[in-house]
Design a binder for this molecule. Structure first.
Ligand code: NAD
Length: 241
């Protein structure tokens, strides 16, 4: 599964012209152990090579060069073809694409029997900690009302956000029954407020992302680790060390 000893891990970026794709391409140079070998955009790219990186359109996905791990931050319609290519080539997939359908989640679980797969609604360390705090707070405050309010930039398509749903699952595990509210405004990178409301008091747990580089760095770090793992479904926490 992994690159030859000492050789950099060859990475394919899927969703390359998007906000996250561009951050991944820019920050990959911080990782001497990673080499970007291809970039895939939704539409046929205007430029075929940018820097040293060859670009491909979504319809040319089968023609991408050999890679050790793919990183996908695209849209739900882009996720399934990328998963298929990873399966066909026996290569790991890191994906942060949100708004996936139930059938896509099931396909991901099946694929994980044959390749390493890491899907996460959020690649930031702060949200990993928040998830833990929410589960603990909801176990202590399960009789209180629980609301999750998420705010994102106006271009975000899915609502509630994938992170809000992940935090909601953590709240449910603790015993709360969360409600969701979504706000789309300006250029907000991502804010999640989990509010527990009792009579005469409330507890607020909040995470604010001010720069999407945190997600890109987390995904690049995970990709390096995932490339040498056995098939399975991984979480960000599994690859932190
Ligand atoms: P964006 O709209 O800026 O970019 C989407 C990219 O996907 C574009 O490059 C587009 O060309 C490409 N694309 C569209 N359809 C495609 C297809 N069929 N095949 C291949 N590529 C296709 O979006 P963004 O802000 O970069 O976010 C991308 C995804 O990542 C969204 O689902 C978003 O919610 C998610 N996201 C996740 C995290 C996380 O930490 N997990 C963080 C930020 C964003």
């Amino acid at each position: 599964m992994s690159a030859a000893d000492g050789a950099p891990t060859r990475v394919l970026i899927h969703g390359a012209s998007g906000r996250m794709g561009q951050a991944l391409l820019r920050l990959a140079s911080e990782h001497p152990g990673l080499a970007i070998v291809g970039a895939v955009t939704g539409r046929t790219p205007a430029q075929r090579v940018v820097g040293n990186v060859p670009y491909f359109g979504a319809k040319e996905l089968a023609a991408v060069p050999a890679f050790d791990v793919a990183i996908d931050f695209s849209l739900p319609e882009g996720f399934s073809p990328m998963l298929e290519v990873c399966l066909a080539r026996g290569k790991p997939l890191v994906s942060g694409t949100t708004g996936l359908h139930e059938s896509q989640r099931q396909a991901m679980q099946q694929a994980a029997q044959r390749i390493p797969v890491l899907w996460a609604s959020n690649f930031s360390l702060g949200v990993a900690v928040l998830e833990d705090l929410v589960q603990r707070a909801s176990a202590l405050l399960s009789q209180w009302e629980c609301d999750i309010v998420e705010s994102h930039h106006i271009h975000k398509k899915d609502a509630p956000s994938g992170t809000a749903l992940t935090l909601g699952q953590a709240a449910e595990h603790g015993g709360a029954q969360p409600r969701y509210a979504s706000l789309r405004a300006g250029d907000i990178v991502g804010e999640h407020l989990v509010q527990f409301t009792g009579m005469g008091e409330r507890v607020e747990l909040v995470h604010r992302a001010t720069n999407r580089d945190i997600f890109a760095r987390g995904a690049l770090h995970a990709a390096r680790r995932l490339a040498s793992r056995a098939p399975g479904l991984y979480r960000v926490k599994d690859l932190l060390d």
